[in-house]
Design a protein around this ligand. Sequence first.
Ligand SMILES: Cc1cc2nc3c(=O)[nH]c(=O)nc-3n(C[C@H](O)[C@H](O)[C@H](O)COP(=O)(O)OP(=O)(O)OC[C@H]3O[C@@H](n4cnc5c(N)ncnc54)[C@H](O)[C@@H]3O)c2cc1C
Length: 404
Amino acid sequence: MDFEHSERAQHVIAQMERFMAEQVLPNEQTYYDQLANSSDFRQWRIPPVMEELKAKAKVAGLWNLFLPESEYGPGLDNRDYAPLAEITGRCAIAPEVFNCSAPDTGNMEVLVRYGTPEQRARWLEPLLAGEIRSGFGMTEPAVASSDATNMKATCEIQGDEVVINGLKWWTSGAGDPRCKILIFMGVTDAGANPHQRHSMVLVPIDAPGVKILRMLPVLNALDEPHGHGEVLFENVRVPRSHIILGPGRGFEIAQGRLGPGRIHHCMRLIGAAERALQRLCERGLGRVAFGKRLVELGSNGDIIANARLAIDQARLLTMRAAWALDKHGTFGALNDISAIKVVAPNVLQWVVDAAIQIHGGEGVADPELMRLLGMARALRLADGPDEVHRRQLTKRELGKYLRR
Ligand SMILES: Cc1cc2nc3c(=O)[nH]c(=O)nc-3n(C[C@H](O)[C@H](O)[C@H](O)COP(=O)(O)OP(=O)(O)OC[C@H]3O[C@@H](n4cnc5c(N)ncnc54)[C@H](O)[C@@H]3O)c2cc1C
């Protein structure tokens, strides 16, 4: 196993560190100051500083770094992308600055790998340019969606059209005023075997019959200006050519989409955990109780050491998953992806919790620590709950002995 970053990646890492220090971090507070806080998602606007930062990142070539295909960016593999995603994970606004944020990255991967030339021209090009954003509508309120074969919404083929009906929720990004396209997953053939029943269809968000009902809060935060939408589809008609890859091939695409996407999240979570540990250390060094600095009291020193151990272990596991993905593809890396998908959010959750604790009462009022906590908690559910990934690992472990 070789975790050495290529020369090209080392150059991009240095460039990115500089860009973060000079452009992104000094503008983070400006972004939040420019956010018009509104509980009504229809009022949401994009802070102008975001588009300014995106334009600068694009000029600097720090753009679409997540795609291994060299025709769309620097052409870095997952191993080389991991440290870059980690850097963006230290700051909530950074992934978007570099056009590397979910769910667009997963949706772009789908269009690059499975889209027709027409689908790519209409949707991939503006996504790659950072002109529009997108959503992914799979999860439904009525069924346990951690088992994707449960999905009940329909996309019925009628002649040259597809007729879409159903209620989706947790469609991340649906509240973003720039969101123009959703990838919808629904049943095309209820009689087929469970993994060939579903299709993925491109649905313009302004198509007649698409109704965004509300944004769901994550630990009471609406995550504006992107949001997580509950979206009703009522007799929505799109041309049959909007089906991706072909009818009944939704699962095939879902596996491909969630492989790299899952570890991109994990890479960013490592950066987020580093940020939480930095906050913990700074607070512990800067405050005194009972005549000593907080870091010198009780087991606070051990907590810092344990956080370092946990983060470094998670990073190594992430690198192994990235390496396996590059070497063996999504299907050859499933166990490694599941392993890090369990470990990374739990490590972040634990480190943020420790950072909150050392901040005392201020900890639960600190916007950054709350954002990091929300991120960790949500990612123990999104892209498959912990238990579903543990199940994958258990199966492999028991398989070693059952085969004997
Ligand atoms: C912030 C956020 C963003 C999201 N973004 C998107 C998005 O953009 N698009 C999208 O389609 N979805 C999205 N999701 C939805 C997410 O993927 C689902 O919530 C997740 O797959 C679980 O589905 P469910 O909520 O229906 O829970 P259920 O399937 O009802 O599961 C509930 C619980 O049951 C338990 N459980 C389930 N299976 C097992 C098992 N095998 N063994 C033991 N226990 C088990 C687990 O504790 C699990 O948490 C998002 C979710 C969140 C929180």
